[in-house]
Design a protein around this ligand. Structure first.
Ligand SMILES: *Cc1c(COP(=O)(O)O)cnc(C)c1O
Length: 423
């Protein structure tokens, strides 16, 4: 048996119906935007391995930083101790985060970053004796798979089995073009009740919903309304952070900055699982008290893992190089050229580009579901052609490592054009 076959004996994969799933290719090597399976087949990783990998696979600079850290201090508990890499990373982040972000809390993944933000919003009010127990989120939001993050996610079949066990979350429409007023109206309607601790959102791009995009002006208005009503705003930048939208953070497009931000995915360049929730001074101060019980009693064993911090530092330094910024601009320009070419294709319903993110929606007769037949047909077609793309229903999107070559990118575009012929 090869790895692909042996895998079936033991491993339970995410979002997978194993009764019908085929054997999965076993990847044995990665370099830059390319991956190779055990049979030597080559794949272009056009979605940066679930949006985590901006600088390419097996990046030497990050690998060196990790190796050096592993042989200096691999881990130390963060309860009662600190370490130089957590301090250096914090100093670095303070130079790139919005200036209202003053305190950092470390955890392990995007979901935990969101959990920490939600718990902070709820406990801040509890500490002050204010009864605000609900959360506001977008209708098609995705914030992760742990309970609080899941409750905040609007994609129903992800959460259906757990109704009744979830945090109370009320939803407003995403302010896509034409829906801005409806979104504002619904937010104002909810806020009239005073029950809400926070508004949680994916800024400018809703990733799992199919790279649904909306304008900064619309989000600015929603944040301003929350500010007026003393409701915290939480920007979930787990997907959008670290250059994907063309700026370091999606919130860099905004006039009004959020009270909290959630970071993960590309934070360590796709190497070590790590996440950060950042806070304003005001929120942090809401936990500082002579009463010990008012502290944030939340923590994960590997909190602020030094190896993760070293990887994050190396990643942010890479992001800031002129070379990497040029890659981001180049990918964006290529996307715009491709979009211009493809948008009038008879099978294309809509298309959109922001930063390195490209998405197009294919016209369908009936409504296409998340893991529906068209989606599976497209997915299998791309894999067969050696391109890793994971369509969301009838939406095909590209979110490549920034260092993807122009040839590789053209191959991805051409394969998408061919895919339009088979659906
Ligand atoms: C992926 C994602 C998460 C969840 O992150 P995990 O690391 O998978 O837990 C949360 N929010 C957004 C916007 C995401 O894209």
């Amino acid at each position: 048996m090869n790895y692909s076959q042996k895998d079936k004996l033991y491993n339970w994969h995410p979002y997978t119906q194993h009764k019908t799933a085929a054997n999965f290719p076993a990847i044995v090597k990665g370099k830059d935007a390319l991956l190779w399976d055990e049979n030597g087949k080559e794949y272009v990783d056009a979605i940066a391995s679930w949006w985590v990998n901006p600088f390419g696979h097996s990046n030497q600079v990050i690998a060196d930083a990790i190796y050096k850290q592993l042989t200096t201090l691999e881990h130390v508990l963060f309860g009662g101790f600190t370490h130089n890499k957590a301090v250096e990373l914090a100093e670095k982040l303070m130079t790139i985060l919005p200036t209202n972000q003053k305190k950092l809390f470390y955890s392990d993944n995007g979901s935990t970053a969101v959990e920490v933000a939600l718990k902070a919003a709820l406990q801040y009010n509890y500490n002050k004796g204010i009864k605000k127990t609900k959360i506001i989120a977008f209708e098609e939001a995705f914030h992760g798979d742990t309970f609080g993050a899941m409750a905040s996610s609007g994609i129903s079949f992800f959460t259906e089995a757990f109704q009744g066990s979830l945090l109370q979350v009320d939803r407003i429409p995403v302010p896509t073009t034409g829906n801005e007023e409806k979104s504002i109206f619904e937010l104002k309607r909810l806020l009239a009740t005073n029950d809400y601790a926070a508004f949680l959102f994916e800024p400018l791009v809703l990733g799992a919903a199919g790279m649904v995009m909306y304008e900064p002006e619309a989000l600015d208005k929603l944040i301003a309304i929350c500010n007026d009503n003393h409701v915290f705003t939480i920007a979930d930048e787990v997907m959008t952070g670290f250059g994907k939208t063309g700026k370091t953070f999606a919130t860099d497009y905004l006039q009004h900055k959020p009270d909290m931000m959630c970071l993960s995915k590309a934070l360590t360049g796709g190497t070590i699982p790590m996440a950060i929730t950042s806070f304003t001074q005001e929120i942090f101060d809401g936990f500082c008290d002579d009463d010990t019980n008012k502290a944030l009693f939340h923590g994960h064993t590997f909190t602020a893992n030094p190896t993760g911090c070293a990887a994050a530092l190396a990643s942010i330094n890479l992001l800031q190089t002129d070379q990497m910024q040029n890659h981001i601009r180049r990918v964006n320009e290529s996307h715009l050229v491709f979009e211009n070419k493809i948008k009038n294709h008879p099978k294309v319903k809509t298309s959109r580009v922001l930063g390195v993110i490209f998405a197009l929606e294919i016209k369908t007769e009936s409504e296409e579901t998340y893991y529906g037949t068209m989606r599976n047909k497209l997915y299998n077609f791309f894999i067969e052609k050696g391109i890793i793309l994971r369509p969301v229903g009838n939406i095909v999107y590209i979110l490549p490592p920034y260092i993807i070559t122009e040839n590789q990118l053209q191959k991805v575009y051409q394969t998408i054009e061919k895919a339009l012929e088979i659906v």
